[in-house]
Design a protein around this ligand. Sequence first.
Ligand code: SF4
Length: 327
Amino acid sequence: MKQFQYVRAANQKAAISALTKNASAQFIAGGTNLIDLMKRGITSPDTIIDINNLPIKAIEAYAGGIRIGALALNSEVSENKLVIQKHPLLAQALNAGASAQLRNMATVGGNMMQRTRCPYFYDTALPCNKRQPGTGCSALEGFNRMHAIFGHSDTCIAVHPSDMCVALVALDATALVTGHKGNRRIAFADFHRLPGDTPQKDNNIERGELITGVEIPDNSFTKNVHYLKIRDRASYAFALVSVAAALNQEGNTIKDARLAMGGVAHKPWRLHEAEKALIGKKVSEESFRNAAEIAMKGAKGFKYNSFKLKMAPNAIVEALKTAAGMA
Ligand code: SF4
């Protein structure tokens, strides 16, 4: 690993100043992804700026929702009474992620900023447009079993690895960021990017900005929710396909729905059309199958991941059935 300078930021202003002074500096919080990236030489900051002392850890209610500080640990959020009561889908998604040890280190902001687990991204001997723009994408013709079926481009077919972010996009969260130009709010659906021809950019945060938190508006998805994660082993594995499903039911009728998928695209993949198709329908396998069919429009697999084209709609149906109490 390249030698680097370690700086501990005393406040937000100092953190942002230290970052903008040095083009290769990076923030560190839990370090659960950054340290791996540094050890493998994928990123080599001259300076790492420890932001763990900043007062952005609280989980609190505000009029109309919950605000979660960027430095709240994944385990603190998943065990928080307010979160469990108001947004059980988020708690479920967090508990499906990583391992207990990692959830005790990883922060909300770090979870949002984590990078893809595409194996070619981590193998510096092979071309990767995300790691080194213009070199090519080894996954296109390589072993692309874990890769995207939605929103990919000729330059990158990687997926975003987070579970938490899938629930947050389904729950209409907003990311809070701050920088030299002041505070900014980014709809969670717009926080992460599709690869297009700039796969090196994972998200829309600008250089010199710091994530300070996430806001989740109150909603009626407190009971009929389920986060389903399909993976190769029961824990500490990234999703082949995951589904965040939330229903607001009145008797046997669906009043409202939220659906998003993970493991299928370069960003958490919200399923707006499928949600619309559920509203006003009866709670039934037929309604759920119809929504899943709509959700899969435009999906395209590659040599080793075409199984996701069948797995994903089945996962949507299963998640909805469990959310509805039918499974
Ligand atoms: Fe790199 Fe993206 Fe291709 Fe993976 S899929 S090798 S991250 S460009």
